[in-house]
Ligand binder design. Structure first.
Ligand code: BMA
Length: 307
């Protein structure tokens, strides 16, 4: 194997943590392997065989591997939905699979054609429809969109959710949702990555935005600055330098303590601890930009109150 990084995460019914890790082999192609731990920190038990493998014979979009799984537990289905990148001949696209136990998987195939990635399902229907956040590349740029479906297979009503900023901003050029949206009393909290191109490379940092619970395409607040960035040696140097890339988190029983599992420099998996309440208050205190670029979203905003 070359490297293990960018893992989806979930809590299992027994309280243990499951990471669905992206494993890149020495051809450069990725598959997924599950690791389970009672405390989410150490003593990981790793599946002896790959847990989910690309299947290009039946799913040609998996030709060059599957990457960056994001797990959403869906109570209505009593299943986990995994959104992941299928690396097809035409570029990366978004595939979906369902599982109850991370042993057997029901593949739904490619749901967003290339070039599209950074996708996750919302845990419940919005106005009767399933909702998928994703990041298509369009002539407009690399922005975050949301689409709706009656059955998880047929997707439409595509709406722009959050745009990359321009110029010198940390999240100019490219953004994408990182882990799945997190439902809070204030709204859907999004941790997203912003990519700043520099003469020598790109820097992947994380910012926050909040969206209306009933109408998730409506942005209520967007942080001005990044709130998490590569600093440690293992985040700054690796296969791809200066990358922090979370695909999953777990929330403790207190409903507040978050563990964010993130790929570091495309070479390892790291974990950061935090508080959802503090993320929300950070966002409330750091979303006063008057840049005008995201005025479209701001005009629709209402003040954020954090209890
Ligand atoms: C993104 C994705 C991630 C990767 C990151 C940095 O576009 O492909 O899988 O971690 O780039 O290389």
């Amino acid at each position: 194997m070359n490297s293990v990084f960018n893992a989806g995460a979930t809590l299992l019914p027994d309280g243990s943590t499951l990471l669905l890790c992206r494993v890149e082999d020495r051809r450069g192609l990725s598959h997924f392997c599950a690791a389970r731990s009672a405390n989410g920190i150490d003593h990981w038990k790793i599946d002896e065989e790959p847990t989910l493998f690309p299947d290009p014979e039946n799913y040609p979009e998996d030709l060059w591997g599957i990457e960056d799984p994001r797990i959403t537990y869906v109570p209505e289905l009593n299943k986990h939905a995994i959104a992941y990148t299928s690396y097809s001949r035409g570029g990366p696209g978004v595939s979906l699979a369902l599982t109850k136990d991370f042993l057997e998987f029901q593949r739904l195939g490619l749901v967003m054609s290339p070039d599209d990635k950074d996708a996750a399902l919302l845990p419940k229907r919005i106005n009767g429809f399933w909702a998928l956040v994703h990041r298509p590349m369009t002539p407009l740029g690399a922005h975050i969109w949301i689409s709706y479906s009656p059955d998880l297979l047929h997707w439409g009503n595509h709406k722009l959710m959050l745009e990359a900023r321009r110029g010198a901003w940390w999240d100019a050029n490219r953004i994408g949702m990182s882990p799945p949206l997190l439902e809070t009393s204030e709204g859907w909290l999004m941790i997203y990555h912003g990519v700043r191109r520099t003469p020598s490379s790109s820097i992947y940092r994380l910012g926050l935005a909040l969206f209306d619970l009933e109408n998730p395409e409506k942005c209520l607040a967007r942080g001005d600055s990044w709130m998490f960035a590569p600093e440690a040696e293992y985040e700054r140097h690796g296969d791809v330098q200066d990358v922090v890339f979370p695909c999953g988190y777990t929330i403790a029983k207190d409903g507040d303590t978050i563990r964010l599992y993130y790929g570091a420099a495309d070479s390892s998996i790291a974990v950061a601890h935090g508080s959802v309440r503090r993320l929300l208050s950070w966002l409330a205190a750091n979303s006063h930009s008057d840049s005008g670029y995201d005025r479209r979203q701001r005009q629709q905003s209402r003040p954020l109150s954090v209890s």
